[in-house]
Design a binder for this molecule. Sequence first.
Ligand code: 2NL
Length: 344
Amino acid sequence: MNEPLSEIESQALRALAAVGGDEALEAWRVAYLGRRGRLTLVLRGLAGLPLEERRNAGAAANRLKQQLETALEAKKDQLAHSVAEALAADRVDVTLPGPPLPAGRLHPTTQTLRDVLDYFISIGFQVVEGPEVEWDRYNFEALRIPRDHPARDMWDTLWIDYERDGERPMLLRTHTSPMQVRVMEQTEPPIRVVVPGRCYRYEATDPTHEWMMVQVEGLVVDEGVSLGDLKGTLTDFARRIFGPERRTAFRCDYFPFVEPGMELRIDCFLCGGEGCRTCSRTGWIEILGAGMVHPEILESVGYDSEKYTGFAFGMGIERIAMLRHGIEDIRLLYANDLRFLGQF
Ligand code: 2NL
C-alpha cells in the first residue's frame, strides 16, 4: 500500500518549515529521504506495479525526491545563514575604547608652586629642599630671632616633644629660611637659591590662615647685589605670575632677618584699584615679603659683609594660588573635597 505522493509532499514541506536546527534537519532527512524513509519506501513499492504505471508513478516520485532534496539544501543554507547572523550580532568589538577612567590632576597649590619655581629656574636659581623638623638654632637663632626677642611672638611654633638640658631645641619649621642658612654655611657666594616646602604654625584656622602652608623663600648673595636687583627681580616675577599689565609697588615692612625690609604689592586685578573685599578696600594686594639680608646673618655664616650683600624674599604659595583662582577660604585647599579640587 503506497502512500499518496501529495500527502508525503505536503507533510514533508510543513515539517521542514518547522525545522529549527541541524539535528532536527537530519531527523527530517532520515524520515523522508533515508533508506527507510517514507519516499524511499514508495519508490521501492513501485517495483510491483505494471510497467506503464510504474513509469508514471516513478517519474512523479523521482520529481518529488528531487524537490525534497532541493528543499533540504535550501533549508541547510538558511540554517547556516541564521547561525552566522546570530554570531555577527553577538560580536564583541575588542577595538572599542573602554569606559573613561577618572583622570587625576595636580593640586592647585602644586600647580602654582611649579609655576613659581619655573620662573626662578628660568632666571638661573637653583631649587633646594630641607628638613621639616628643624633646630631652634636654624629656625630662629641664626635668623636674629633670639628667645627673648619680641619678634618671636610672630611665630607660634609647634615644638617637638624632645628635651635637652631642660629645653626643647627641635620644632616644625615655621618658614624655609633655616635651609637657606644651611646653604650659606656650606657654600661660598655667589648663591641664587629658592627653597620650597611645607611650614607649620600653631595657629587657629580662619579663611586666610592654616596651621600648615607651602612657602617659597629665595636668597641671592654675591658681590654688589643691590636693592635694585631685588626690585627688578621681584617686579618681573610678579608680572610673570599675575600678568604683564600689573602695576607693582614696594612698601616698608619689618622682618628681623633683613634690613631694610619691605612687602611687594600688585594693583588689585579684581577692582582695578577702586577698592574691594580682596584688597581690603586699599586697591593693593600684598604678594610677598622681602629685604636686603641683614649683615649680621652674613657674618654669622662666615661671610664678609663688607664684600658680599644679598637679598631675600618669602611668599606663601596658597595665598598666590588663592589670588590667581579667586579662592576665598584657604581651608578649602586642604579639605580634600573633589568637588572643589576638580575645578582646577
Ligand atoms: C613672608 C616674608 C621673608 C625672608 C623671608 C630671609 C631668609 C634669610 C635671610 C634673610 Cl636666610 N631673609 N627670608 C626675607 C624677607 C621676607 O618672608 O611674608 N613670607 C611668607
